[in-house]
Design a protein around this ligand. Structure first.
Ligand code: ADP
Length: 471
């Protein structure tokens, strides 16, 4: 049982009121964290605000060294972190280890990128003037993160923020705070100064409101539901905060008639069933050209049948539990709706026990079905057929979301035509797992604002200052 306290100004602060952290696999309590509210949220901003001038004035090299020390400590304890993650989130241990490495790749990458925050000089309009453009850190930033990637969603935000010279207040998801607190502990151990990183757990509404009302918080970076993202956007208006939002997705996964079907089926498995389907870039709708639908389904369902459902700590498990009862209810409803509207369930289709759901394949999915429109966040793969490229592009784009999309084709011109026509921020062409630290991750439409990763990701934490010098 892990006891998690709040991290405020380099000190661990405990509250008598606690929140239980449950293992979704067994329902057992694996830890408790302090339940903070507005008071602690403001205290965290106080210390982050005080820490900002000193941290931001350090050289990029000094900050980089500390971020790399943090990275090295995480690397050394990757296995411990993964165990905490599996205990509170449920994902198979092999995926948890993969996430720790992925999370750490942001620290390594931004430790370097922080040294390349370049300005500009621009030719002036008069001989006795000079125009300089500088990039400066925005100030205190607030990061609000979800439960599906308890480590990576923290580092993807905090690595560029720290490298840019910002200080941070963080609120991890109430389901998975232990991973975040452990990472924060290692940040302190690495020598990242008190107040630069602060972690608050507790009431999301109260903490969120306190930060959104605070004019010292200059930027909010959020990953989570579209609903909460929209709320934060409204709340940000009063103090005109900068915002990055990574919200819901509804990824189309397109298999053309010239695709390598083995690679497409393998890709669909990787994209659909990672984290039991609980990622915002998971394939949600699989569109298969009518000429190849039968051989594709044969290959795909064979692989789905091989997926083992079970506790994340069991080495053989490929699919862990869903996060909570609401997640199960949603999946059950979507499968029932698809059945009622004429789809056939080829594999799975049922809850097993507790929070475990069978990996499920649905054939004959149509555009009216819930699963073809609403984010599933579970191990359900609906397959629909199409006849022409124009049709599949139109149907793929008919969504209020625009995060990730995938297309499998062996024809270069088709790859170019479709990837350019898709209204999505990320397109994987013959690639089901495109997320990496050096590339910009983010969505079109209601999937969000801004980008994380790459040089684009650090821009989100910088202000542009124009200095006009007369002499
Ligand atoms: P999900 O439905 O996947 O849990 P949420 O958007 O509810 O997604 O959660 C993502 C993050 O947003 C979590 O850290 C959660 O605590 C936080 N959150 C939820 N409601 C609010 C709110 N009203 N203000 C600020 N943060 C919130």
């Amino acid at each position: 049982m892990i006891d998690g306290n709040l991290l405020i100004g380099g000190k661990w602060v405990t509250k008598t009121e606690k929140i239980d952290v449950l293992n979704p696999s067994s329902g057992e309590i694996v830890g408790q964290v302090s339940k903070a509210g507005a008071v602690e949220a403001v205290e965290a901003v106080d210390v982050a605000y005080i820490a900002f001038p000193e941290w931001s004035k350090r050289t990029a090299n000094e900050r980089s060294e500390l971020v790399m020390k943090w990275h090295d400590l995480i690397k050394a304890e990757a296995s411990e972190i993964a165990q905490i993650m599996t205990a509170e989130q449920g994902k198979p241990l092999k995926e948890a280890i993969g996430e720790v490495l992925y999370a750490n790749s942001f620290l390594a990458w931004y430790a370097e990128e922080g040294k390349r925050i370049y300005g500009e000089t621009i030719p002036a309009s008069f001989p006795n003037k000079r125009i300089l453009v500088q990039k400066q850190p925005v100030g205190v930033i607030a990061a609000i993160t979800p439960w599906n990637f308890p480590a990576a969603m923290i580092t993807r935000k905090i690595a560029p923020a720290l490298a840019a010279g910002c200080t941070a207040v963080i609120k991890p998801a109430e389901q998975t705070p232990l991973t975040a607190l452990y990472l924060a502990k290692l940040a302190l151990k690495a020598g990242i100064p008190a107040g630069v990183i602060n972690v608050i757990t507790g009431d999301p509404k109260e903490i969120g409101q306190a930060w959104m009302d605070d004019e010292r918080v200059r930027k909010v970076t959020f990953t989570g539901s579209t609903e909460v993202g929209k709320l934060l956007m409204r709340q940000a208006a009063d103090t005109v905060k900068k915002l990055s939002l990574e919200l819901g997705g509804h990824a189309p996964f397109i298999v053309m008639n010239d695709a390598d079907l083995e690679a497409a089926a393998e890709g669909a498995i990787a994209s659909k069933f990672r984290n039991a389907g609980q990622t915002c870039v998971c394939a949600n709708r699989i569109y298969v050209h009518e000429d190849v639908v039968d051989p594709f389904i044969t290959k795909f369902i064979e692989k789905v049948r091989d997926l083992a459902v079970g506790d994340g700590f069991k080495e053989t498990s490929d699919i862990g539990p869903l996060i909570n009862e609401a997640a199960i209810t949603k999946v059950v409803e979507q499968v029932q709706d698809a059945r009622e509207k004429g789809a056939s369930v080829l594999v799975g289709g049922n809850k097993i026990s507790g929070l475990f759901f069978q990996p499920t394949v649905i054939a004959g999915a149509t555009d009216e079905m819930l699963c073809m429109n609403e984010e599933t966040f579970g191990p359900v793969a609906p397959i629909s057929t199409f006849s022409t490229t124009e049709e599949v592009i139109r149907r793929a784009n008919a969504s209020r979301f625009g995060l990730a999309a995938y297309v499998f084709t062996e024809k270069l011109s088709t790859a170019i035509q479709i990837s350019e026509a898709l209204e999505y921020g990320i397109v994987g062409v013959n690639d089901a797992l495109p997320s990496v630290a050096q590339a910009p991750f983010g969505g079109f439409k209601e999937s969000g604002l801004g980008r994380e990763g790459g040089h684009h990701g650090i821009e989100e934490f910088l202000e542009t200052k124009y200095i006009s010098i007369g002499f």
